[in-house]
Design a protein around this ligand. Structure first.
Ligand SMILES: C[S@@+](CC[C@H](N)C(=O)[O-])C[C@H]1O[C@@H](n2cnc3c(N)ncnc32)[C@H](O)[C@@H]1O
Length: 277
């Protein structure tokens, strides 16, 4: 690949971003404009011609939005929220949350270990006053298993608008402090000070989007404790990913004065990265 490609014009970039945003596949997702432009800019640095750039961007976008991991019926769930009791430990609420968690493979895999997962995590980190859940997917629906006080600020970030809306309605219904925010955390990493940051099962896709992105990202974040998790097996369950997971985190933390501790679960490994800020 030559590095001296003619760049595409700003008009071309905007037209491509419009086309992607309004396409049948992505119009409901309402991907932030900065995400589309970032993908287009990066593809234009290494690929030639509009057609080729569009192919690369579509491939990256598919990987980023990952529709193959599953989606619930957002509208139907949103309509149910006001009918739920307002206690996170109510059986109907837990049943509702399980329905949501089971709709996406990242959270579905965690359902059998939810109780143990958060118990071990908070035993290590202490009970946080502020949590950022970055690239959260549907994970905030695990709140009934987290046992956090309602005063804990739970700030959830994702680029998928229907998910963000549903999470925000959920947090408000239960009077949980915090909010859900539609933001591309790679282009615009949150700078809010937090006690604990969750960055679950997304770092490998971050690296596919931009090699070395996790290292830069960890550097930006303003938290003493970052919990980065990765799946221990491939999606098909045929291949162990542990070695690859540890290599990703070792490269991201190499040369930094950070301590890394591992929590191993049946389907997921959590790296607790302690920074001094
Ligand atoms: C594989 S799911 C992981 C969900 C969750 N962290 C968990 O482990 O249950 C990835 C989620 O991250 C979101 N995502 C991917 N890249 C993102 C980015 N740059 N900024 C914000 N959200 C992102 C996707 O929309 C999706 O909801």
């Amino acid at each position: 690949m030559s590095k001296n490609f003619p760049t595409i014009t700003t008009e071309d970039k905007n037209a491509l971003a419009d086309r992607l945003a309004s396409s049948r596949k992505y119009c409901q997702v309402e991907i932030p404009r900065e995400t589309l432009l970032d993908l287009i800019d990066k593809a234009a640095q290494t690929h030639h011609g509009l057609k080729e750039i569009e192919e690369v961007v579509r491939r990256k976008l598919h990987n980023l939005v990952a529709p193959y991991l599953g989606d619930p019926d957002y509208e139907a769930l949103q309509a149910l929220i006001p009918t739920l009791p307002q206690r996170l430990d109510a059986p109907d609420v837990k049943e509702f949350c399980l329905r949501v968690l089971n709709a996406h493979s990242s959270t579905r895999e965690r359902v059998p270990i939810n109780e143990e997962f958060y118990k071990r995590i908070f035993a290590l980190t202490g009970i946080p006053a502020v949590v950022l859940d970055l690239a959260c997917g549907l994970n905030p629906f695990a709140l009934p298993w987290m046992n956090l006080p309602p005063t804990c600020q739970y700030l959830a970030y994702d680029l998928h608008q229907p998910r963000v809306q549903l999470i925000d309605a959920f947090l408000r219904h239960f009077g949980q402090a915090g909010a859900a925010c539609r933001q591309d955390i790679l282009v615009d990493p949150p700078q809010t000070q937090a006690d604990v940051i969750f960055f679950f099962k997304e770092a490998h896709r971050f690296e596919q989007r931009e090699t070395g992105a996790t290292r830069k990202f960890l550097d930006y974040l303003q938290a003493r404790q970052i919990l980065l998790s990765l799946p221990t097996e491939s999606l098909t369950g045929r291949r162990s990913m542990l070695e690859q997971d540890r290599a990703l985190v070792a490269a991201a933390c190499d040369g930094k004065p950070w301590q890394v501790e591992e929590l191993l679960f049946s389907t997921e490994i959590v790296f607790c990265i302690r920074k001094t800020i």
